[in-house]
Design a protein around this ligand. Structure first.
Ligand code: CO8
Length: 258
Protein backbone atom coordinates (compact mmCIF):
# COMPACT_ATOMS: atom_id res chain seq x y z
CA UNK A 1 0.00 0.00 0.00
CA UNK A 2 1.31 3.46 -0.92
CA UNK A 3 0.70 6.48 1.25
CA UNK A 4 1.35 10.15 0.56
CA UNK A 5 2.78 11.02 3.98
CA UNK A 6 4.22 7.81 5.39
CA UNK A 7 6.56 5.10 4.19
CA UNK A 8 5.93 1.55 5.37
CA UNK A 9 8.45 -1.28 5.46
CA UNK A 10 8.51 -4.85 6.68
CA UNK A 11 11.46 -6.41 8.45
CA UNK A 12 10.41 -10.01 9.02
CA UNK A 13 7.52 -9.83 11.47
CA UNK A 14 8.13 -6.16 12.25
CA UNK A 15 6.17 -3.42 10.48
CA UNK A 16 7.76 0.04 10.31
CA UNK A 17 5.73 3.21 9.77
CA UNK A 18 7.94 6.18 8.94
CA UNK A 19 6.34 9.61 9.03
CA UNK A 20 7.54 11.42 5.95
CA UNK A 21 7.01 15.17 5.76
CA UNK A 22 10.67 16.15 6.23
CA UNK A 23 10.30 19.73 4.97
CA UNK A 24 8.05 20.59 7.90
CA UNK A 25 9.88 18.38 10.43
CA UNK A 26 7.01 15.89 10.17
CA UNK A 27 4.40 18.40 11.32
CA UNK A 28 1.31 16.33 12.02
CA UNK A 29 -1.09 17.46 9.33
CA UNK A 30 -4.48 15.79 9.10
CA UNK A 31 -3.21 13.98 5.98
CA UNK A 32 -0.21 12.60 7.86
CA UNK A 33 -2.31 11.44 10.79
CA UNK A 34 -4.82 9.78 8.45
CA UNK A 35 -1.96 7.89 6.79
CA UNK A 36 -0.42 6.88 10.13
CA UNK A 37 -3.84 5.64 11.19
CA UNK A 38 -4.43 3.68 7.97
CA UNK A 39 -0.94 2.14 8.00
CA UNK A 40 -1.37 1.16 11.63
CA UNK A 41 -4.75 -0.43 10.94
CA UNK A 42 -3.26 -2.41 8.03
CA UNK A 43 -0.41 -3.75 10.23
CA UNK A 44 -2.83 -4.44 13.07
CA UNK A 45 -4.94 -6.63 10.75
CA UNK A 46 -1.92 -8.35 9.17
CA UNK A 47 -1.32 -11.74 10.82
CA UNK A 48 2.31 -11.81 9.64
CA UNK A 49 3.16 -8.63 11.55
CA UNK A 50 3.79 -9.13 15.27
CA UNK A 51 5.28 -5.79 16.31
CA UNK A 52 5.15 -2.23 14.96
CA UNK A 53 7.59 0.68 14.99
CA UNK A 54 6.54 4.30 14.52
CA UNK A 55 9.36 6.61 13.54
CA UNK A 56 10.36 9.80 11.72
CA UNK A 57 13.79 10.78 10.43
CA UNK A 58 17.06 11.85 12.05
CA UNK A 59 15.97 15.50 12.32
CA UNK A 60 12.48 14.97 13.64
CA UNK A 61 10.14 12.33 14.95
CA UNK A 62 7.46 15.02 14.68
CA UNK A 63 7.49 18.73 15.57
CA UNK A 64 3.84 18.74 16.62
CA UNK A 65 0.55 19.69 15.06
CA UNK A 66 0.76 21.43 11.69
CA UNK A 67 0.50 24.99 12.97
CA UNK A 68 -0.49 26.69 9.67
CA UNK A 69 -3.21 24.06 9.19
CA UNK A 70 -4.86 24.65 12.56
CA UNK A 71 -4.11 28.27 13.35
CA UNK A 72 -7.40 29.72 12.02
CA UNK A 73 -9.68 27.07 13.47
CA UNK A 74 -12.20 27.96 16.14
CA UNK A 75 -13.50 26.01 19.11
CA UNK A 76 -16.65 24.96 17.31
CA UNK A 77 -14.67 23.57 14.32
CA UNK A 78 -12.45 21.45 16.55
CA UNK A 79 -15.35 20.40 18.75
CA UNK A 80 -17.61 19.45 15.84
CA UNK A 81 -14.97 17.35 14.07
CA UNK A 82 -13.76 15.93 17.41
CA UNK A 83 -10.33 17.07 16.32
CA UNK A 84 -7.49 14.83 17.53
CA UNK A 85 -9.55 11.86 18.68
CA UNK A 86 -10.48 10.26 15.40
CA UNK A 87 -7.09 9.78 13.80
CA UNK A 88 -4.84 10.02 16.82
CA UNK A 89 -6.17 7.65 19.42
CA UNK A 90 -5.74 4.59 17.14
CA UNK A 91 -2.13 4.42 18.29
CA UNK A 92 -3.17 4.03 21.90
CA UNK A 93 -5.85 1.46 20.99
CA UNK A 94 -3.55 -0.79 18.95
CA UNK A 95 -3.36 -4.30 20.45
CA UNK A 96 -0.01 -5.21 18.95
CA UNK A 97 3.13 -3.85 20.60
CA UNK A 98 4.14 -0.52 19.11
CA UNK A 99 7.50 1.14 19.75
CA UNK A 100 8.30 4.79 19.05
CA UNK A 101 11.81 5.21 17.60
CA UNK A 102 12.49 8.88 18.26
CA UNK A 103 15.35 10.88 16.76
CA UNK A 104 15.44 14.68 16.68
CA UNK A 105 12.40 16.71 17.69
CA UNK A 106 9.40 15.12 19.41
CA UNK A 107 7.43 18.21 20.30
CA UNK A 108 3.80 18.90 21.15
CA UNK A 109 1.67 16.34 19.30
CA UNK A 110 4.92 14.58 18.36
CA UNK A 111 5.77 13.93 22.00
CA UNK A 112 2.14 12.95 22.57
CA UNK A 113 2.04 10.29 19.86
CA UNK A 114 5.41 8.92 21.05
CA UNK A 115 3.82 8.53 24.49
CA UNK A 116 0.79 6.76 22.98
CA UNK A 117 3.17 4.03 21.83
CA UNK A 118 4.09 1.27 24.31
CA UNK A 119 7.60 2.53 24.87
CA UNK A 120 10.13 4.93 23.43
CA UNK A 121 13.62 4.21 22.14
CA UNK A 122 15.40 7.53 21.78
CA UNK A 123 18.38 8.51 19.69
CA UNK A 124 21.01 10.52 21.55
CA UNK A 125 19.93 13.62 19.57
CA UNK A 126 16.26 13.35 20.60
CA UNK A 127 14.55 16.41 22.06
CA UNK A 128 11.21 16.12 23.80
CA UNK A 129 8.90 18.92 24.76
CA UNK A 130 5.37 20.25 25.11
CA UNK A 131 5.90 23.79 23.79
CA UNK A 132 2.19 24.57 23.23
CA UNK A 133 2.31 27.25 25.93
CA UNK A 134 4.45 29.33 23.57
CA UNK A 135 1.59 29.24 21.04
CA UNK A 136 -1.05 30.28 23.56
CA UNK A 137 -2.52 26.79 24.00
CA UNK A 138 -1.90 23.62 26.00
CA UNK A 139 -1.25 20.02 24.94
CA UNK A 140 -4.39 18.52 23.42
CA UNK A 141 -3.68 14.87 22.66
CA UNK A 142 -3.04 13.57 26.16
CA UNK A 143 0.26 15.39 26.76
CA UNK A 144 -0.49 16.71 30.24
CA UNK A 145 -1.97 13.39 31.35
CA UNK A 146 0.46 10.88 29.88
CA UNK A 147 3.56 12.97 30.62
CA UNK A 148 2.51 13.32 34.27
CA UNK A 149 2.15 9.54 34.50
CA UNK A 150 5.57 9.00 32.90
CA UNK A 151 7.66 11.62 34.66
CA UNK A 152 5.58 12.97 37.56
CA UNK A 153 3.99 16.31 38.32
CA UNK A 154 7.05 18.45 38.90
CA UNK A 155 8.80 17.84 35.61
CA UNK A 156 5.50 17.86 33.70
CA UNK A 157 4.74 21.31 35.11
CA UNK A 158 8.28 22.42 34.24
CA UNK A 159 8.02 21.23 30.61
CA UNK A 160 4.44 22.33 29.95
CA UNK A 161 4.68 25.70 31.69
CA UNK A 162 8.10 26.77 30.37
CA UNK A 163 7.84 25.04 26.99
CA UNK A 164 11.50 24.00 27.23
CA UNK A 165 12.92 20.96 25.48
CA UNK A 166 14.42 17.97 27.28
CA UNK A 167 17.31 15.96 25.83
CA UNK A 168 17.52 12.18 25.53
CA UNK A 169 19.63 11.69 28.65
CA UNK A 170 17.25 13.67 30.85
CA UNK A 171 14.30 11.86 29.24
CA UNK A 172 15.84 8.49 30.09
CA UNK A 173 16.72 9.55 33.63
CA UNK A 174 13.15 10.63 34.35
CA UNK A 175 11.52 7.56 32.82
CA UNK A 176 10.03 8.94 29.60
CA UNK A 177 12.37 6.86 27.50
CA UNK A 178 13.23 3.16 27.82
CA UNK A 179 16.67 3.24 26.18
CA UNK A 180 18.95 5.75 24.44
CA UNK A 181 21.03 4.68 21.44
CA UNK A 182 23.37 6.49 19.03
CA UNK A 183 21.36 8.27 16.35
CA UNK A 184 22.97 6.32 13.52
CA UNK A 185 21.83 3.06 15.14
CA UNK A 186 18.27 4.02 16.09
CA UNK A 187 16.50 1.89 13.47
CA UNK A 188 18.87 -1.06 13.70
CA UNK A 189 18.48 -1.20 17.48
CA UNK A 190 14.72 -0.64 17.50
CA UNK A 191 14.16 -3.29 14.83
CA UNK A 192 16.26 -5.71 16.92
CA UNK A 193 14.12 -5.00 19.98
CA UNK A 194 10.87 -5.37 18.02
CA UNK A 195 12.15 -8.59 16.43
CA UNK A 196 12.83 -10.02 19.87
CA UNK A 197 9.25 -9.22 20.96
CA UNK A 198 7.86 -10.59 17.69
CA UNK A 199 9.35 -14.03 18.47
CA UNK A 200 7.29 -14.55 21.61
CA UNK A 201 3.75 -15.91 21.81
CA UNK A 202 1.60 -13.16 20.33
CA UNK A 203 -1.49 -13.62 22.52
CA UNK A 204 0.84 -13.47 25.54
CA UNK A 205 2.55 -10.29 24.30
CA UNK A 206 -0.80 -8.59 23.67
CA UNK A 207 -2.12 -9.59 27.09
CA UNK A 208 1.10 -8.44 28.80
CA UNK A 209 0.65 -5.05 27.14
CA UNK A 210 -3.01 -4.91 28.17
CA UNK A 211 -2.21 -5.76 31.78
CA UNK A 212 0.63 -3.21 32.03
CA UNK A 213 -1.70 -0.53 30.64
CA UNK A 214 -4.23 -1.44 33.34
CA UNK A 215 -1.74 -0.12 35.89
CA UNK A 216 -2.54 3.38 34.62
CA UNK A 217 -6.28 3.02 34.82
CA UNK A 218 -7.13 1.16 37.98
CA UNK A 219 -6.22 0.68 41.65
CA UNK A 220 -3.27 -1.49 42.66
CA UNK A 221 -5.61 -4.06 44.22
CA UNK A 222 -7.76 -4.35 41.06
CA UNK A 223 -4.68 -4.35 38.81
CA UNK A 224 -3.00 -7.16 40.71
CA UNK A 225 -6.24 -9.18 40.62
CA UNK A 226 -6.56 -8.61 36.86
CA UNK A 227 -2.93 -9.63 36.35
CA UNK A 228 -3.47 -12.85 38.31
CA UNK A 229 -6.54 -13.77 36.22
CA UNK A 230 -4.65 -13.23 32.97
CA UNK A 231 -1.66 -15.20 34.33
CA UNK A 232 -4.01 -18.08 35.20
CA UNK A 233 -5.83 -17.82 31.84
CA UNK A 234 -2.56 -18.14 29.92
CA UNK A 235 -2.26 -21.70 31.28
CA UNK A 236 -5.06 -22.59 28.85
CA UNK A 237 -2.81 -21.77 25.87
CA UNK A 238 -0.61 -24.17 23.90
CA UNK A 239 2.15 -21.57 24.01
CA UNK A 240 2.40 -21.75 27.82
CA UNK A 241 2.84 -25.54 27.60
CA UNK A 242 5.38 -25.13 24.81
CA UNK A 243 7.32 -22.39 26.63
CA UNK A 244 7.62 -24.28 29.91
CA UNK A 245 8.24 -27.70 28.30
CA UNK A 246 10.97 -26.16 26.12
CA UNK A 247 12.67 -24.81 29.25
CA UNK A 248 12.54 -28.20 30.99
CA UNK A 249 13.77 -29.97 27.84
CA UNK A 250 16.57 -27.40 27.40
CA UNK A 251 15.53 -26.33 23.91
CA UNK A 252 14.18 -23.17 22.27
CA UNK A 253 10.38 -22.79 22.35
CA UNK A 254 8.41 -22.93 19.12
CA UNK A 255 5.36 -20.75 19.71
CA UNK A 256 2.30 -21.13 17.47
CA UNK A 257 0.36 -18.18 18.88
CA UNK A 258 -2.36 -20.43 20.25
N1 CO8 B 1 3.97 22.94 11.98
C1 CO8 B 1 4.25 23.31 10.72
N2 CO8 B 1 5.48 23.53 10.25
C2 CO8 B 1 6.50 23.34 11.11
C3 CO8 B 1 6.31 22.95 12.44
C4 CO8 B 1 4.96 22.73 12.87
N3 CO8 B 1 4.69 22.29 14.11
N4 CO8 B 1 7.51 22.86 13.05
C5 CO8 B 1 8.42 23.19 12.12
N5 CO8 B 1 7.83 23.48 10.95
C6 CO8 B 1 8.47 23.90 9.71
C7 CO8 B 1 8.99 25.33 9.78
O1 CO8 B 1 7.94 26.23 9.54
C8 CO8 B 1 10.04 25.32 8.73
O2 CO8 B 1 9.42 25.41 7.47
P1 CO8 B 1 10.00 26.45 6.36
O3 CO8 B 1 11.39 25.94 6.06
O4 CO8 B 1 9.05 26.32 5.22
O5 CO8 B 1 10.03 27.79 7.02
C9 CO8 B 1 10.63 23.91 8.82
O6 CO8 B 1 9.65 23.13 9.50
C10 CO8 B 1 11.90 23.87 9.63
O7 CO8 B 1 11.65 24.47 10.88
P2 CO8 B 1 12.59 25.64 11.48
O8 CO8 B 1 13.16 26.46 10.40
O9 CO8 B 1 11.80 26.35 12.53
O10 CO8 B 1 13.75 24.75 12.13
P3 CO8 B 1 14.60 25.06 13.43
O11 CO8 B 1 15.63 23.97 13.48
O12 CO8 B 1 15.06 26.46 13.47
O13 CO8 B 1 13.58 24.87 14.66
C11 CO8 B 1 11.85 23.75 15.91
C12 CO8 B 1 13.01 23.63 14.89
C13 CO8 B 1 12.42 24.17 17.28
C14 CO8 B 1 11.21 22.38 16.04
C15 CO8 B 1 10.84 24.82 15.42
O14 CO8 B 1 10.50 24.53 14.08
C16 CO8 B 1 9.59 24.87 16.22
O15 CO8 B 1 9.58 25.44 17.31
N6 CO8 B 1 8.47 24.26 15.70
C17 CO8 B 1 7.19 24.30 16.33
C18 CO8 B 1 7.13 23.31 17.47
C19 CO8 B 1 5.80 23.42 18.19
O16 CO8 B 1 5.42 24.45 18.68
N7 CO8 B 1 5.07 22.28 18.28
C20 CO8 B 1 3.80 22.22 18.95
C21 CO8 B 1 2.71 22.47 17.97
S1 CO8 B 1 1.12 22.55 18.75
C22 CO8 B 1 0.74 20.94 19.03
O17 CO8 B 1 1.45 20.03 18.68
C23 CO8 B 1 -0.53 20.69 19.72
C24 CO8 B 1 -0.94 19.24 19.60
C25 CO8 B 1 -2.37 19.14 19.93
C26 CO8 B 1 -2.96 17.87 19.54
C27 CO8 B 1 -2.94 17.52 18.13
C28 CO8 B 1 -3.38 18.52 17.16
C29 CO8 B 1 -3.26 18.07 15.71
Amino acid sequence: MNYENVITERHGKVGVIQMNRPKSLNALSSGLMKDVSAALEAFEKDGDIHAIILTGNEQAFAAGADIPEIKDQHFIDLYTTDFINADWEGIAKCKKPIIAAVAGFALGGGCEIAMMCDFIIAADNAKFGQPEIKLGVIPGAGGTQRLARFIGKSKTMDLCLTGRMMGAEEAENCGLVARVVPVEKIMEETIAIATQIAKYSQPTVKLAKEVINKAYETTLREGVKYERRIFQALFSTEDQKEGMNAFVEKRKPDFHNK
